[in-house]
Design a protein around this ligand. Structure first.
Ligand SMILES: [Zn+2]
Length: 361
């Protein structure tokens, strides 16, 4: 059974349906409001022309961050410093997009890698920890290194005296079920989200202390403190840096985003991937596989459900997309796992055991 309004299936954590088959997430959802371009220009013009760069933009090579750079350079004539974190799992097509943007838009780029192979090591450690005691709430922990990204953004902005940081996350991609799994309400405020997040992580880590091992704990703590523009340390250290999420001002429009980045910078997505969203990091494939197999609900189901509720996508289109995009790309999953010395079979057996033990209950 799936919701009669969105596309969330009955296996979604915390879901319930009314007598018309409409889910509680649909009932709870609040409409997204945009501050408008005038408000955006007000911020931009306040800080324009004060230094070598007007703003820093975190660029992954994915569609939305590429669009933000394009928009900043072409529409707002800003001097952009692009920042890219090159992790060992960055998709080569994303790297190619970054090169194209650099060349076509003439932006300066700072590319960073964390030292000591920290990304691969923490991913391997946390994935093994997860496989010893699988918990759906802890699937994102394999990506803990990426959560530290706001630290270098703050450092670079401060070094270049940059006052504005743009980001391209869109308001529809906060996965509801990930919050639900950690015991956080889908529509919780920022403050309640961070409190719920830390309580959820601590609770989960106490039931699987491998997550607290000395080789990953500093990264986890730093990851929590810097996990987003509203995270505790980012708010403290980055008081002077205005964080502008472009799609809090302007409505996110997939077609407009894709058309412009394709035409104006030659942006591409991988030919073997039917989805243009979040291919930039290949670890997504592993998380997708786990959610798909264990819950029968994926981040794509959640994303498209939000788009339906916002009136941005029809349910028919969403159903068509998830049918095509929810298929697991086994080869891609295998390739990521091989990077951390785990075989597909090992992970698959873990998932099978999880399903067996949960079907007995
Ligand atoms: Zn629904």
């Amino acid at each position: 059974m799936i919701c009669s309004r969105c596309v969330l299936p009955s296996t979604t954590p915390g879901i319930s349906f009314d007598d018309k088959g409409v889910c509680n997430y649909c009932h709870k959802s609040k409409s997204v409001k945009f501050a408008g371009e005038e408000a955006l220009l007000e911020v931009i013009n306040r800080f324009r022309g004060q230094g070598r760069y007007d703003c820093i933009v975190a660029l992954s090579g994915g569609r939305d961050s590429s669009y933000v750079v394009l928009k900043a350079v072409r529409d707002y004539k800003l001097k952009v410093l692009a920042f890219n974190y090159r992790n060992p799992f960055t998709h080569p097509v994303a790297s190619e997009n970054i090169r194209r943007i650099q060349k076509r838009l003439g932006v300066d780029l700072v590319q960073l890698e964390f030292p000591g192979d920290i990304h691969r090591r923490t991913m391997r450690h946390n994935l093994i920890a997860w496989m010893r005691k699988p918990s759906l709430a802890m699937v994102p922990m394999m990506c803990v290194a990426c959560k530290m990204l706001w630290k270098p953004i703050l450092d670079i902005a401060s070094r270049h005296n940059i006052k504005v940081a743009f980001s391209g996350s869109n308001p529809y991609e906060q996965t509801t079920f990930k919050r639900e799994l950690l015991g956080i309400d889908a529509e919780a405020s920022v403050a309640r989200y961070y409190t719920g997040y830390i309580f959820g992580l601590v609770r989960e880590s106490l039931s699987n202390v491998r997550y607290l091992a000395p080789e990953v704990l500093p990264t986890t703590v730093k990851g929590y403190m810097f996990s987003g523009p509203q995270a505790p340390m980012v708010r403290m250290m980055g008081k002077d840096l205005i964080k502008v999420s472009l799609f809090k001002y302007l409505p996110w429009n997939e077609k407009k985003v894709l058309t412009r980045i394709r035409e104006e910078v030659g942006w591409e997505s991988p030919p073997d991937n039917p989805c243009t969203w979040r291919f930039d990091c290949t670890v997504e494939e592993v998380k997708h596989y786990i959610y798909h197999k264990l819950m029968g609900v994926t981040e794509k189901d959640d994303f498209y459900s939000r788009l339906i509720r916002a009136g941005v996508m029809s349910r028919k289109e969403a159903l068509k997309r998830i049918e095509r995009e929810n298929a697991v790309n086994v080869e891609a999953v295998e390739a990521v796992l091989a990077e951390v010395g785990i075989s597909f079979r090992q992970l698959d057996q873990t998932l099978e055991r999880y399903l067996e033990s949960h079907s007995e209950k």
